[in-house]
Ligand binder design. Structure first.
Ligand code: ZN
Ligand code: ZN
Length: 341
């Protein structure tokens, strides 16, 4: 809901951040509500638009930009910071460095004002149904691959031209243009993303469907549940899921775990990985979705499935914990027994 207050220093219209709204998308919304070009607003935020668009502003969350936005909109600074990935990273306690790679956060590949990677996912139905279409913070989270509302796989590119979801570029290069296209239109080819083909993914059983969807829902709770177990902090569970994904997608012998799990889940045949050894965040939406669910599957009926898959795969025990900086006790204890299985 937008409010209008004429006070010194405040913009005339200041739309409030919507649930789970991403900072960069909200900056675009504030500019448009006030009939400003996005770059004019960025000039007021920090000298020039490079301050915002020549870096991943959602991950960096520059305090000076947040403070200025708060002054311009009247929205408290803490509320604005809650729109950033820096804040989300704290919720799930990931190893986060604003300028480097971050576990679970999709990279944008910022090069000047261009985005070389498809680092922002979207749900076409959400974009089509919103009164004011907006970008969700969760859409930058690598394991958030299915819309929690519409149960379809997210997309990370325009189905017509293949371009990334560059919601902020609608007016760039057009000096006189203030009202950019709505967020649901591809800025490169004009395709209405609302009309994208929608894809559902079906897990082999409802228990796994419920388990993965529950974890998607809990992306900023600070704790997580899987079956009847609770993990607090959620980071403990995510660390192990991450490790199992790393092992399954490994380019060496440890990667046999993928075949063992996939064979058990889809005995009639399953998809192979596009490339072994590639980072999780650089994989397609579909592969990220599948790998995350496979790791969750391994942790269900704990530890029976885990033990069986380990034995069947023939991988070495030390690969289960290799390269983990922190190993949750419950996982370490189970791996220590692996020789006895
Ligand atoms: Zn949706
Ligand atoms: Zn397009």
């Amino acid at each position: 809901m937008a409010t209008s207050v004429l006070s010194p220093g405040l913009l005339p219209i200041h739309p409030q951040p919507q649930p789970d709204e991403l900072l960069s998308g909200w900056i675009v919304a504030v500019a448009r509500a006030n009939w400003m070009k996005v770059h004019s607003l960025c000039n007021r935020l920090g000298g020039n638009q490079n301050t915002v668009w020549n870096r991943d502003v959602d991950r960096m969350a520059p305090p000076a930009v947040l403070a200025k936005l708060s002054k311009l909109t009247g929205v408290p600074e803490e509320r604005i910071r809650a729109c950033t990935l820096a804040h989300l990273a704290e919720q799930i306690d990931v190893d986060h460095h604003p300028n480097g790679n971050a576990t679970w956060l999709l990279p944008l590949g910022v090069w000047h004002r261009k985005r070389l990677r498809h680092g922002v996912q979207f749900c076409p139905i959400c974009l089509g149904m919103d009164e004011r279409p907006y970008v969700r913070r969760s859409w930058r989270l690598a394991y958030y691959t299915e819309c929690e509302h519409h149960k379809i796989l997210l997309m990370d590119r325009c189905p017509s031209c293949g371009d990334a979801f560059n919601y902020f570029r609608g007016e760039l290069g057009v000096r006189a243009k203030v009202e950019a296209e709505r967020l649901n239109l591809c800025v490169k080819c004009g395709f209405d993303l609302w009309g994208s083909p929608m894809e559902r993914f079906y897990w082999p059983d409802w228990q796994l469907t419920v388990a993965t969807r529950t974890l998607h829902l809990m992306n900023n709770f600070g704790w997580a549940t899987l079956e009847n177990r609770t993990y607090e902090p959620a980071h403990e569970l995510l660390l192990v899921i991450r490790q199992l994904i790393r092992v399954m997608s490994s380019g060496n012998r440890a990667g046999q775990l993928y075949d063992a799990v996939a064979g058990a889940m889809w005995p009639e045949g399953c998809d192979v990985l596009s490339e072994r050894g590639r980072d999780y965040e650089r994989r397609s939406v579909l592969e990220r979705h599948r790998l995350f669910g496979m790791a969750v599957w391994l942790l269900m009926d704990w530890p029976v499935r885990f033990e069986r898959a380990f034995r069947y795969s023939g991988i070495q025990r030390n690969s289960l914990t290799r390269d983990m900086k922190v190993i949750p006790t419950w996982y370490a204890e189970q791996c220590a027994k692996a020789l006895d299985w």
